[in-house]
Ligand binder design. Structure first.
Ligand code: RIB
Length: 310
């Protein structure tokens, strides 16, 4: 059983030609709302695409924004531990999606910031705790340490980017970051090999967008080139990766197999608009992988070179 402890946001999304720079106004298209939040997206990915029994601890406001978030999680089969935050609105995210499928996101945490150490449910039966950084850092630390003390595997997606205290990293078994998040954690520029060696976490996975991903498991480096798709919206792709990776690990897969499944699910998530709305079913993921071409030797070599692995 996976427990995700983290954020749930209602995403307000507008597509525009490009993401506005400082002081710039762009005219976009009609806005849409989608269920989102890194925590909730990852819980849906664990359950729907990963097919793993999943619970989620989340905090919501007592407002109309909470309803579509509850509906989406429940319809994916996620069992909920919901904390109602008094006098706080449900978390919201304001997202601009550009014509090239990239996005820029601003989060108003609202009720997410209300989750505290005493809200952690009983960990009986939980094998993996999956967290992100859209809830308060002291809460993340308290949950990680409680899980570590119970022998639960702690997986942290350190997003959004921020520096982290050593006490937190010491309680983490698997750390998942993108390149920007990695840069916030390691103090000097250098190759992936050097940067990943610096992190005192047994396993670190770095997502590299269209290039793929790299993992350090102990002293061994593993790579998985990205699957080629026609991307329309990258929102939630990283969350899909995290959720499916943890689902597969919880089902006993090795890291190589889990990275392949997670990469394929993330690629599929880029082909549909929205966050949770874009997370594929387990059947769609299996079909995509069955038809996917094997990794190209050139892609693998390019990725290893990019990562400084020769
Ligand atoms: O990772 C994508 C998510 O980031 C969005 O769904 C948004 O809510 C923010 O949390």
């Amino acid at each position: 059983m996976i427990l995700v402890a983290g954020s749930a946001n209602l995403d307000f999304v507008v597509r525009a030609h490009h993401i506005p720079g400082p002081g710039e106004t762009v005219l976009g298209q009609q806005f849409c709302t989608y269920p989102g939040g890194k925590g909730a997206n990852q819980a849906v990915a664990c359950a729907r695409a990963g097919g793993a029994p999943t619970q989620m601890l989340l905090a919501l406001g007592q407002d109309a924004y909470a309803e579509p978030l509850l509906d989406s999680l429940r319809s994916a089969g996620v069992v909920l531990h919901t904390v109602l935050a008094p006098d706080q609105p449900t978390g919201c995210a304001f997202i601009c999606v550009a014509g090239n499928a990239e996005n820029a996101i601003t989060v108003a945490p609202g009720a997410n910031a209300f989750l505290q150490s005493q809200h952690l449910p009983d960990l009986a039966g939980v094998s993996h705790l999956l967290m992100q950084l859209e809830i308060a850092l002291p809460t993340v630390m308290a949950y990680a340490q409680a899980a570590r003390a119970r022998g639960v595997q702690v997986v942290l997606n350190a997003a959004p980017a921020q520096a982290l205290p050593d006490e937190l990293l010491q309680a983490v078994d698997v750390l998942i970051v993108n390149e920007g998040e990695l840069a916030a954690l390691v103090s000097h520029p250098g190759s992936f090999v050097l940067n990943l060696a610096q992190l005192a976490v047994p396993c670190v996975v770095v997502t590299l967008g269209h290039r793929g991903c790299v993992a350090r498991v102990g002293n061994t480096f593993l790579t998985q080139p990205a699957f080629d798709v026609q991307a329309v919206d990258t929102t939630g792709a990283g969350d899909t990766f995290c959720g499916v990776l943890v689902a597969k690990l919880s089902q006993g897969a090795g890291m190589v197999a889990a990275m392949r499944q997670a990469s394929a699910a993330a690629a599929l998530a880029c082909t549909v608009a929205g966050a949770q709305s874009s997370i594929p079913s387990a059947a769609a993921l299996a079909e995509f992988l069955a038809l996917a071409a094997p990794n190209g030797v050139d892609d693998e070599a390019d990725l290893r070179r990019y990562c400084g692995l020769g």
